[in-house]
Design a protein around this ligand. Structure first.
Ligand SMILES: Cc1cc2nc3c(=O)[nH]c(=O)nc-3n(C[C@H](O)[C@H](O)[C@H](O)COP(=O)(O)O)c2cc1C
Length: 189
């Protein structure tokens, strides 16, 4: 069982990072092999809608996303962790998500050679917002959950936390436990 953690915050050691580490800790505890991707350390451009991927499912943009495509395909579950920036996900996470476009044909169906690998893949999400109302992150949850439903992946849930200063979420036992449980869930069959 392989679990990929994708960090969408540029603040290393910040709140999303802390909760993602918790989730990966839960997955590891449940026996999974885990890997963390820090998007801000990668050069990932946005999708250009060049449609070149429609035929063979290969993205024409030669940047660090090329290394991530096989990792996404090979993972049994992917947990994304991202803070709210201006009532939305960060630019790093959005660029990464838009580049999933390469997996689909011109009708937004999985390319046939990818579907056996992607079928049943579990997707989880962690959000952090500075606002005391965790539902400030609802647009991010909507974006991921709708993508998962539309592409027939398996949604394993979202952990939504509130924290502003760097590392503040470390005091939030409830959020840390929920993230840990999300990781354990990701590692289950
Ligand atoms: C550019 C920027 C925009 C932000 N926009 C929002 C926002 O719209 N709503 C909100 O609740 N918090 C907002 N925040 C606060 C972050 O979501 C909050 O500090 C969070 O804890 C950061 O998580 P991190 O430590 O994982 O980076 C913003 C922070 C930054 C730097």
């Amino acid at each position: 069982m392989k679990i990929l953690g994708v960090l969408g915050s540029p603040r290393i050691g910040g709140n999303s990072d802390i909760l993602l580490d918790r989730a990966l800790g839960g997955a590891k505890e449940a026996g999974a092999e885990v890997e963390k991707i820090v998007l801000c350390r990668k050069k990932i451009s946005g999708c250009l809608d060049c449609t070149k991927c429609n035929e063979a499912g290969v993205c024409a943009i030669k940047d660090d996303m090329q290394d991530l495509y096989p990792k996404i395909l090979e993972a049994d579950a992917i947990i994304h962790s991202v803070p709210v920036y201006f009532w939305a996900m960060t630019a790093q996470m959005k660029a990464y998500l838009d580049r999933w476009c390469a997996f689909f044909d011109g009708e937004w169906k999985w390319h046939k050679h990818y579907y056996p690998k992607i079928k049943g893949k579990k997707i989880g999400l962690i959000t952090v917002c500075g606002d005391s109302n965790v539902h400030t992150a609802d647009p991010i949850v909507h974006s991921f959950k709708t993508t998962v439903d539309f592409t027939r992946l398996r949604w394993i849930g979202a952990v939504m936390a509130s924290a502003a200063a760097k590392g503040e979420v470390a005091k939030d036992e409830k959020a840390k436990r929920a993230a840990y449980e999300l990781g354990k869930k990701a590692a289950q069959k």
